[in-house]
Design a protein around this ligand. Structure first.
Ligand SMILES: NC(=O)c1ccc[n+]([C@@H]2O[C@H](COP(=O)([O-])OP(=O)(O)OC[C@H]3O[C@@H](n4cnc5c(N)ncnc54)[C@H](O)[C@@H]3O)[C@@H](O)[C@H]2O)c1
Length: 341
């Protein structure tokens, strides 16, 4: 099978992470990179929140563009990986899909459900793949938690707490993260990761309630949500008001406690009833979620597999759930789950 020709749009923080991942793939080549800021296309390093390990892409090895439309016209691409400010996710993804090109677009899918619907329509009209970068679905530690819940390895789940906290983003270019109208605030940009994972792993709750406070973005930048299921609750905490990034969870099972991110080495651990201490759990994969989600996307583009893990329909539901939490915060009420359209 011919190697896939991939273009990248948005060469800031995450664009570079995905470029590094693609370098390690044996069936794809980065043939072009686009960024509206020509400085981003220079072969220099930039500082942002994710530590990059593994290969780094040498941008001198591909063609570069400052105009996405031009890149689509000149290159014969099979797929585009986009890592852009959230307010342009839908526009750029739809532009590519209309040219018959499959799209991997960073999370959040879009600023609202209406834009998500337009993206899904463009995918269907043009018979291409659309996958959103909800990387937690591919994170090995979180996959192990999902397996333990589904298979009831430690008995029934009784309660789950998910936390994702960090400081305000300083690397956005221009400073779009700190404008709630462009990023949606921490509730949509950061907290969404756990919202997405919980609905992916556990399905939709019966109802939810959230409380939060507005921060410097003008949107909700600190949120605590409680989701009610039939037999357990999930508490999800997210904030941009902390000084250090940290992600963690604690799962309370009938016969054991599982935690991740609580110890300095962050490893996934389990402590069964009667155990003296927590022990580390061996993970099935050494690769992180960024790498595994791009591998999955490429396999969908080349037709090796059908996307069942990260469908656009389900990532749209996550945007809908965040919007419902926003409503709960302003109404100070429990919200019943309905249709997100
Ligand atoms: N999955 C994760 O863990 C994770 C982590 C960080 C960021 N993200 C997401 O990735 C996306 C990008 O974040 P980032 O940190 O890379 O931001 P960034 O500001 O570092 O990079 C965005 C880049 O897009 C460029 N750009 C803006 N508009 C453009 C356009 N119309 N055409 C071409 N280029 C354009 C900017 O010049 C900039 O270089 C966001 O949606 C963010 O939420 C995901």
């Amino acid at each position: 099978m011919a190697r896939l020709k991939v273009g990248i749009c948005g060469y800031g923080g995450l664009g570079r992470v995905h470029a590094g991942t693609l370098v390690g793939m044996d069936d794809a080549d980065i043939v072009a990179v686009c960024d509206i800021n020509p400085k981003k296309l220079l072969p220099v390093e930039i500082k942002f929140n994710i530590e990059q390990s593994g290969p780094v892409f040498d941008i001198r090895k591909c063609r570069t563009y400052t105009d996405f439309r031009k890149m689509l016209k000149k290159e014969k691409l099979d797929a585009v990986v986009t890592a852009l400010p959230t307010n342009v996710h839908a526009k750029i993804a739809i532009m590519a899909m209309k040219e018959g090109i499959s799209v991997f677009s960073e999370k959040p899918m879009a600023l609202n459900v209406r834009e998500c619907d337009k993206m899904i329509k463009a995918r269907d009209d043009n018979n291409v793949q659309l996958q959103i970068g909800q990387c937690l679905r591919f994170w090995p530690d979180y996959e192990m938690l999902k397996k333990a819940i589904t298979e009831k390895t430690y008995g029934d789940l009784k309660s789950l707490t998910m936390t994702r906290i960090g400081g305000y983003c300083t690397w956005g270019d221009p400073d779009w993260f700190n404008d709630g109208k462009l990023s949606g605030g921490a509730i949509l940009d950061l907290h969404l990761h756990d919202v997405d994972w919980v609905q992916h792993a556990l399905g939709l709750p019966k109802s939810l309630i959230a409380a939060g406070s507005r921060g410097q973005t003008g949107a909700i930048d600190d949120v605590t949500a409680v989701w009610q299921y039939d037999d357990f609750i999930v508490t999800i905490r997210g904030s941009w008001m902390y000084q250090t990034f940290s992600m963690s969870f604690q799962a309370f099972f009938e016969n054991a406690s599982m935690d991740y991110g609580m110890h300095p080495d962050t490893a996934l651990r389990i402590k069964g009833k009667g155990d003296k201490d927590f022990t580390k759990i061996e993970l099935p994969s050494k690769e992180n979620g960024y790498c595994r989600e791009i591998r999955y996307f490429l396999d969908c583009v080349s037709g090796k597999i059908k996307n069942t893990v990260c469908t656009a329909e389900s990532t749209k539901e996550s945007v809908g759930l965040v919007m419902l939490e926003n409503k709960s915060i302003s109404k100070q009420k429990w919200m019943k789950l309905g249709n997100f359209n």
